[in-house]
Design a binder for this molecule. Structure first.
Ligand code: URP
Ligand code: ZN
Ligand code: ZN
Length: 463
């Protein structure tokens, strides 16, 4: 059998197994996995000795080229997917936003245009639903059929994104009928709005008040309510960007009762805390995203949640805004700071470093959290998210010993700061392959913007 490429002598790590074998790649797919594949049968041989060969990462929560608060997130589908590839992510699921009065189809078409010709890795979309008259409810099955098989709803941002309980319940019921999965931004937006207005009236305008006006109770209450609504609708629900222990407890309780409830957290909640708002001057704005940063003790609870499967995956919620001119829009009023932070490039290094290198969980659990569970939950498995004959050759050569210091000076995201500036990581990808093509090698991007394909995802299946 002839191969285009053989990855030789690496240790293959999947969510379940660790073993030494070579991987033969042909026509964009993994064509063979065996010990001692002959180098003579391949156009190219890549030596992976001393490294892990892992499935490429899947980031199910990104906001590229997204309008928000009078500006647009700083990475588009070209710069964002290239930065993702540098960090070992080979698939992302971004959010197509339906604005009020628009159809869901219009949102999907708009975001397809944003990605086409630009994405360097494969991509898919969730649809953010902000307006749900009957006509849009009836569009949900057609979107699921076309591969947009998950919908994000907001319990926060009244007047912009927020849906009321009746609309959420209707969407969940329809999603359950047509194989869709509801992803929930769980914060009590009504209560938060009152607290925010009180803070502004008292002259509290600095970035830290973004965090201080969004209590953990608001996240926990909404998480519990989302779970209750999903239970009544007979629907699965995925809680996005979970940030605190109180919300985690709601997810744990529901899962212990056997409900199809899932949740993700993000590296910022694992590494950063409310103390980041002590940064000088206006620099706290770099950490303004939603849900906000919490007290430090929540971090260990979230790591434990990842280790014990109370949390199923790690996404980034990559939503970059430059400090200069974008975050600065809120210099006099924290409510005007565009919400979001950059993270697409460092998810794997941060989760491996804090998870595996720090002894909290195994390399297999790492693969589960960053690739396999995302693929399974969002209808991409086994095409993506594992190393198996017939799967796409989305692979990384991961060096568990490589130490790096994260910095805006060296990152590839199109943003002028890093949330993780100065954090040292142990373990990171040194080569990234997307459908058999090497796209990151020797610290250089060797892929092509536009080479990424839209992935039509399957319907939800319980994990
Ligand atoms: O602050 C955040 N997370 N911005 C992105 C939008 C969202 O809620 O995920
Ligand atoms: Zn959100
Ligand atoms: Zn988000």
């Amino acid at each position: 059998m002839r191969f285009e490429t053989i990855l030789k002598n690496g240790t293959i790590v999947t969510a379940t197994d660790t073993y030494t074998a070579d991987v033969g790649i042909s026509a964009e797919k993994i064509a063979a996995i065996a010990a001692g594949l002959s180098a003579e049968n391949a156009a190219r041989v890549i030596d992976a000795s001393g490294c892990y060969v892992m499935p490429g990462g899947i980031d199910v929560h990104t906001h590229l080229d997204m309008p928000f608060g009078g500006t647009t997130s700083a990475d588009d589908f070209e710069s964002g997917t290239i930065a993702a590839a540098f960090g070992g992510t080979t698939t992302l699921i971004d959010f197509a936003i339906q604005y009020k009065g628009q159809t869901l189809r219009h949102a999907f078409d708009t975001w397809m245009k944003k990605a086409q010709g630009k994405a360097a890795i494969d991509y898919a979309f969730h649809c953010i639903v902000t307006d749900l008259p009957d006509a849009q409810l009836d569009e949900m099955p057609a979107l699921v059929h076309d591969g947009v098989s998950s919908f994000k709803l907001f319990m926060a941002y009244p007047g912009v994104f927020m849906l009321d309980d009746a609309a959420i319940f209707r969407a969940m019921s329809r999603a359950a009928e047509c194989g869709g999965l509801i992803c929930m931004h769980a914060e009590n937006g009504g209560a938060i709005d009152v607290i925010v207005r009180r803070a502004l009236a008292e002259g509290k305008r600095a970035p830290k008040y973004h965090a201080l006006t969004r209590p953990t109770t608001a996240e926990a209450e909404a998480t519990g309510r989302a779970i209750a609504l999903a239970e009544m609708a007979g629907a699965p629900v995925h809680i996005v960007h979970l940030s605190c222990n109180e919300a985690l407890e709601k997810v744990r309780e529901a899962r212990d009762r056997g409900l199809p409830v899932y949740a993700e957290t993000c590296p910022q909640y694992l590494y950063l805390s409310i103390e980041n708002f002590d940064a000088p001057g206006f620099e706290g704005a770099k950490y303004v995203f939603t849900p906000p940063l919490r007290e430090k003790w929540h971090q260990e609870k979230l790591w434990q949640g990842l280790a014990k499967d109370d949390l199923q995956l790690v996404s980034t919620d990559h939503c970059p805004f430059c400090y200069k001119e974008q975050k600065e829009l809120g210099r006099d009023d924290f409510t005007k700071i565009p919400n979001g932070g950059p993270g697409i490039e460092h998810r794997l290094a941060l989760v491996y470093s804090g998870g595996v290198a720090s002894g909290r969980f195994s390399p297999n659990r790492f693969v589960q959290l960053v690739a396999t569970a995302p693929a399974k939950l969002f209808g991409l498995y086994p095409q993506k998210g594992t190393i198996a004959v017939g799967s796409d050759a989305d692979l990384i050569v991961f060096d568990p010993k490589r130490e790096e210091t994260i910095s805006a000076k060296t990152h590839h995201m199109r943003v002028d700061y890093s949330m993780f500036e100065g954090i040292r990581t142990k373990g990171s990808p040194k080569l990234t392959m997307s459908r058999g093509r090497v796209i990151i090698e020797n610290g250089k991007f060797t892929g092509r913007p536009g080479a990424g394909s839209f992935l039509r995802r399957k319907t939800y299946a319980a994990v």
